[in-house]
Design a protein around this ligand. Structure first.
Ligand code: MG
Length: 209
C-alpha cells in the first residue's frame, strides 16, 4: 500500500478559462464593474498576504484594493464572491477521475496543496472527487504553515498516513517533483496543458503497479 498525494491546481482541477476573467467576474458581481489596475493590484496583494500566511488573504487583498482605489464594495463580500466564482470556474483535469478511481482501490489517496484549505478542498469537492482523498493537507492550514517545496509540508503529509511508500502526483516541477523527491516521495509529473495526462516515468510506474 502506498500513500498517493495529489496536488490540486493543474493536477486535479484546472480553470475552464483565464483566471483573470474569474477575478474580473467577482468584481463585476460584488462591485458592479472592474478595472485592469484593480486586478493587477489584487494579485500583488493576494500573494503578499498569502506568502506571509496571513489569515484570509482573499479578504485582506480585496481590502487593500478597495482602500487604494476607492472601490465601493465590501471586501468580505468580494472574497466570498471570488471563492464562489472559483468554484464555478473549475473543471477536472482530463483523465484524473480514472486515475483516482484506479489508485483508490489499492492505495490511500491524499491531497497535498499550496493554498487555503477550504478553497482548495472546495474545488476538489466541486468536481466530485473530494471523498476519494482521505488525507488532506493544505499549506495554509494553521497546523501546517509551510508551502511546497518546504520540508514541513511533506513531513505533515507523511505524518497523516502510515504507508510503505509515498507518492506525489503533480504538475509543477519544483514543488511537486523536485521538492517531493528530496523529502522521500516517488513522483509522477502530469501536464494539465496537454489534452490528456502525460505518461508517468517508468520508475514511478513500476512503483504504482
Ligand atoms: Mg499545481
Amino acid at each position: 500500500m502506498a500513500a498517493v498525494f495529489f496536488d490540486v491546481d493543474g493536477t486535479i482541477v484546472r480553470w475552464r478559462g483565464d483566471y483573470a476573467d474569474v477575478l474580473a467576474d467577482a468584481f463585476d458581481r460584488a462591485a458592479g464593474t472592474h478595472r485592469e489596475a484593480w486586478l493587477e493590484r489584487y494579485d500583488e496583494r493576494f500573494f503578499a498576504h498569502f506568502g506571509a500566511f496571513a489569515d484570509d488573504p482573499y479578504r485582506r487583498a480585496f481590502a487593500d484594493v478597495c482602500d487604494e482605489h476607492a472601490v465601493d464594495a465590501d471586501p468580505e463580500t468580494l472574497a466570498e464572491t471570488l471563492v464562489a466564482a472559483e468554484f464555478d470556474a473549475v473543471e477536472p483535469v482530463p483523465g484524473v477521475e480514472a486515475a483516482v478511481d484506479a489508485l483508490a482501490d489499492r492505495h490511500t489517496l491524499g491531497i497535498l496543496t499550496n493554498g487555503v484549505p477550504d478553497v482548495q478542498f472546495g474545488k476538489v469537492a466541486e468536481v466530485g472527487l473530494l471523498d476519494r482523498f482521505d488525507a488532506r493537507v493544505a499549506s495554509h492550514d494553521p497546523a501546517v504553515e509551510a508551502t511546497k517545496p518546504d520540508a514541513d509540508i511533506y513531513e505533515a503529509a507523511k505524518s497523516r498516513v502510515d504507508a510503505e511508500r509515498y507518492v506525489m502526483v503533480g504538475d509543477d516541477r519544483e514543488p511537486d517533483i523536485d521538492g517531493a523527491r528530496e523529502h522521500g516521495f516517488e513522483t509522477v509529473h502530469v501536464d494539465a496543458t496537454a489534452a490528456d495526462l502525460s505518461a508517468p516515468d517508468f520508475r514511478t510506474l513500476a512503483v504504482l503497479l
